[in-house]
Design a protein around this ligand. Sequence first.
Ligand SMILES: Cc1ncc(COP(=O)(O)O)c(C=O)c1O
Length: 361
Amino acid sequence: MFDPSNLVREGVKNSTGYNVSHFIRAWSNRDLLRMMSNENPIQPSKAVIEAIIREIDETNLYPAPPAGLCERFAKHVKMKPENIAVCSGSMEVIDVLIRTFVEPDQEVIIHSPTFSAYEKFANLHGAKLISVKMKPPDFAYPFEEMERSITKDTKIVFVCTPNNPTGNYCKKSDIEEFAKNNVIVAVDEAYAEFIDQNMTDLIASYRNLVFIRTLSKAWGLAGLRIGYLIADESVIDYFSRVKQPFHISMPIQRGVEAAFDDPNYLRERVAANNQGVDYIRRELDKIPGVTTFPSSGNFVLINAGDTGHQTQQIIEKLLDMGIFARDMSSHRLGGAYFRITISTEANNRRFIEAMKKILKS
Ligand SMILES: Cc1ncc(COP(=O)(O)O)c(C=O)c1O
């Protein structure tokens, strides 16, 4: 009898795969208010949709390499197109980076809590994961301890800034200092547009420094699945040998180009989000026992441990009221925390009213 367990790689055998249960739940009930996965609540502009549709007729043809995207992304982050590699979402960038640089049993260092994909993909590729704690209440980046954890087997250190789920960000000088280590320093800037931070000029001095960006957050295009790597050309060369060659379809390329060609697209989304962060924090901080943390992203981390209510029950009651928040108990934070994604003004108000109602009962 054939048993795939006898053939499968060890890393795959020991992994559980990426948890997509929250997407299954949200897509199977379209009435749920999606405040669980840091998506943008605003649909793409008409120009984006029209550009996608215009290109749909020729889907019998393989797509061209995404040169138009490389040009626009390079301009956005003040680099050259040669410094850009486009992937299907920044999750793929993380996956390909690990496959490009890390042999099984070599080490990947992360700070924790952070985005779960670094750990997932490191495990999948049989790497050893070293996780260094960020401690509440300020969740400061533990750079010194991360540096002490580097050994001759360390290949990549991931730094997420602004960090999901804690919401804080690190200074450019911290990244510059850390880049002096002889490892790939991979800075995940999925939320950088919300604070208009750009550190790519450091690549000229530190060729081991790479940045990861996505269009899924401030750009509001999560469904088009586009992320990109910004790096020295020598790194892009190796990275491009590993990534898929034809997986950014022409309709998607045209849609993204249209988004980047609209000067108001990003500015409006960022402004609305940042007002939403202020509103949600201000209102939640008035509720006894609730603690929120400053956020430079499109989400707010909440500790409801002192409310006299179990956080799990709060999340369940929010769900009963049609609001999908994200439990953070799997993020090495303990059971008291959850995360809420900023939505539209009306939806943010709906969430605050629901919280007041739940915590009064
Ligand atoms: C820090 C961080 N990086 C990457 C991603 C994945 O984004 P993408 O949609 O580009 O795969 C997320 C998604 O939540 C994230 O929080």
